[in-house]
Write a protein that binds this ligand. Structure first.
Ligand code: PXP
Length: 255
């Protein structure tokens, strides 16, 4: 292991807990339970380093009121996931969360499918990156681990790239190993270009280890699995176990 890699593996790997699907369950009955704000408090108690919430155009889970409550009552940094639309930009600028992660959004999709096309949308996206950064918000772009997308993200001034791990989690065997190699190469390139590297989507206890071992990755954003597992073991327990898997993998990468 080179000295540079050793220093990077010693960097703390942060866990951002995505609470969208607490809101999904609440919204199934249209009431107030379970509360995403309560979930965020529990996540903080369980050792989360940040809270992530995606305010979708159709408000299918997180609501505007949830964002207001999280900003007012949670001490942890909020990572607001949003599409690159004028409406979302206005909301982000009014709340000034710690970070905004720009994601592609299609009305008909079940979840965020694939990364943002930064290459194709460079001009449109650079306006958003500039406006968010000018108001002190860190900007992350959710992209596939693709050389062109990573380079374009650096070109338009993003602070962070979040590498999409969805495909890695869905694949098996050789195909999964190949996708992991792409994530490793993407993280290396991102760091080389001065970008902070995050990763997320679809991670669970089984898939998190190899991603946590990538030395340049500084933060993982995980939601659906943690909320699902919480049904069986409780939210704090699912978060603590995930943390343990992350720390064990990071530790073994270090030795
Ligand atoms: N990161 C980003 C940018 C996302 O859009 C999502 C899903 O909202 C996640 C991470 C978390 O994915 P999951 O809920 O599958 O853990």
């Amino acid at each position: 292991m080179t000295r540079e890699t050793k220093i990077m593996t010693e960097q703390l790997l942060r866990l951002g807990v995505n609470i969208d699907h607490v809101a999904t369950i609440r919204n199934a009955r249209g009431g107030v339970h379970p509360s995403p704000l309560h979930a965020a408090h529990l996540a903080a108690k369980a050792g989360a380093d940040g809270i992530t919430a995606h305010l979708r155009e159709d408000r299918r889970h997180i609501s505007d009121a949830d964002i207001s409550a999280l900003m007012a009552e949670i001490a942890l940094p909020l990572n607001l996931e949003m599409a690159a639309t004028a409406e979302m930009l206005e909301i982000a600028l009014s709340h000034k969360p710690n970070a905004c992660c720009i994601v592609p959004e299609k009305r008909e999709e079940l979840t965020t499918e694939g990364g943002l096309d930064v290459v194709g949308g460079k001009q449109h996206l650079s306006g958003f990156v500039g406006a968010l950064k000018a108001s002190g918000i860190r900007v992350s772009l959710f992209i596939d681990a693709n050389e062109g997308q990573i380079t374009a993200s650096a070109d338009i001034g993003a602070d962070i790239i979040e590498l999409h791990t969805g495909r890695y989690c869905e694949l098996e065997g050789r195909a999964r190993a190949d996708e992991l190699s792409r994530l490793v190469a993407g993280a290396e390139l991102g760091a080389k270009l001065g970008l902070e590297v995050h990763a997320g989507h679809g991670l669970n206890y089984e898939t998190v280890g190899d991603v946590a071992k990538i030395p340049q990755v500084q933060e993982l954003n995980i939601g659906h699995f943690l909320v699902g597992e919480a049904i069986f073991v409780g939210f704090e327990a699912s978060i603590k176990t995930m943390r343990k898997h992350m720390d064990t993998a990071r530790g073994s990468a270090r030795s």
